[in-house]
Design a protein around this ligand. Structure first.
Ligand code: A3D
Length: 320
């Protein structure tokens, strides 16, 4: 059995971390692609030289030639620009849409059978545009945001309840922006829903509300602290969990930006929902019942994504 091939389009902060994680987990051979010359080759060489110490076998190649991603099983896209302090994710739209056009063409020509995970912001619009430009089937193109947003929520909840993060599950649905929807009814500690934990006196509604608000602005908090660029460790880990579920046919149920065709009352739009990822890509979309508040918040979030698509179509009429 030959090794799997993982192509990372964008070899910046997240791309480099993705390569490190993929190598450490021996998910396959790794290609780091970037328009910046030299840098992807330097990162690939550096990571290859960590191999003897860590004991991982993975070929690492840095490149600026799309031909090198040929035959990739998984492509993870981080190409584009990240936020600077004071910027919203939506401010990146104009620049990153053009990047998606180039990346989509590169994937279409060289890796049309790949499972593609988009991370570039504004996520829900960029994954939609990347799907349009690449022409790949909808079930083979997903966006990473929900796993990260849920991980942030889980971290804050674990801190609040003073329990292991391992036992905290949580769902953050909707678009990856300020309107994202952390759903507390489906968030649990070892199966005990958060509302029950509030009744048990483990926390208060006010504290959980504050955690929900902090989760929503979790990315911005890190942008402010870093002063330059945005989060990369947790985003990379989250995308690797999705890639692993595909490569190993694990069929994990993960919140991802997936194309909806009527689910949640939404048609032909990428938005964060729980999906099963296995060898068939997005194999199933879980349509969970939302209470009135969560549904209203979800709808607001969907409207925000729709606005971004209108902006994309305004920039590139070919998308209309
Ligand atoms: P950064 O370290 O700047 O890396 C981006 C890389 O993309 C750079 O090395 C660029 O040279 C490269 N690039 C630019 N244009 C192209 C192109 N046309 N083809 C190939 N490569 C290109 O950024 P980063 O790694 O920190 O972040 C990457 C993206 O992820 C940004 O858009 C962030 O906003 C986004 N991001 C998303 C999340 C989500 O949860 C969705 C979280 C964190 C960051």
């Amino acid at each position: 059995m030959s090794r799997k091939k993982i192509a990372l389009v964008g070899a910046g902060m997240i791309g480099g971390t993705l390569a490190h994680l993929a190598a450490m987990k021996e998910l396959g051979d790794i290609v780091l692609f970037d328009i910046a010359e030299g840098m992807p080759k330097g990162k690939a060489l550096d990571l290859a030289q960590a191999g003897p110490v860590e004991g991982y076998d993975a070929n690492l190649k840095g490149t600026s030639d799309y031909a090198d991603i040929a035959g990739a099983d998984v492509v993870i896209v981080t190409a584009g620009v990240p936020r600077k302090p004071g910027m919203s994710r939506d401010d990146l739209l104009g620049i990153n849409l053009k990047v998606m056009q180039a990346v989509g063409a590169g994937i279409k020509e060289n890796a049309p059978d790949a499972f593609v995970i988009c991370i570039t912001n504004p996520l829900d619009a960029m994954v939609w545009a990347l799907r349009e430009y690449s022409g790949l089937p909808h079930n083979k193109v997903v966006g990473m945001a929900g796993v990260l947003d849920s991980a942030r929520f889980r971290h804050f909840l674990a801190e609040e309840f003073n329990v292991s993060v391992e036992d905290v599950t949580a769902f953050v649905l909707g678009g990856h922006g300020d309107t994202m929807v952390p759903v507390i009814e489906y968030s649990t500690v070892a199966g005990i829903p958060v509302p029950d934990l509030i009744k048990m006196g483990w926390s208060t509604q006010e504290k959980i509300d504050a955690i929900v608000a902090r989760t929503r602005s979790g990315g911005g908090e890190i942008v402010q602290l870093l002063g330059n660029g945005s989060a990369y460790y947790a985003p990379a880990t989250s995308a690797i969990a999705m890639a692993e579920s595909y490569l190993k046919d694990k069929k994990r149920l993960l919140p991802c930006a997936a194309n909806l065709t009527g689910e949640y009352g939404v048609d032909n739009l990428y938005v964060g929902v729980p999906v099963v990822i296995g060898a068939g890509g997005v194999e199933r979309i879980a349509e969970i019942a939302l209470n009135d508040t969560a549904k209203a918040n979800f709808d607001v979030s969907v409207d925000a994504v729709k606005e971004l698509l209108v902006a994309c179509k305004g920039i590139d009429p070919a998308l209309a």
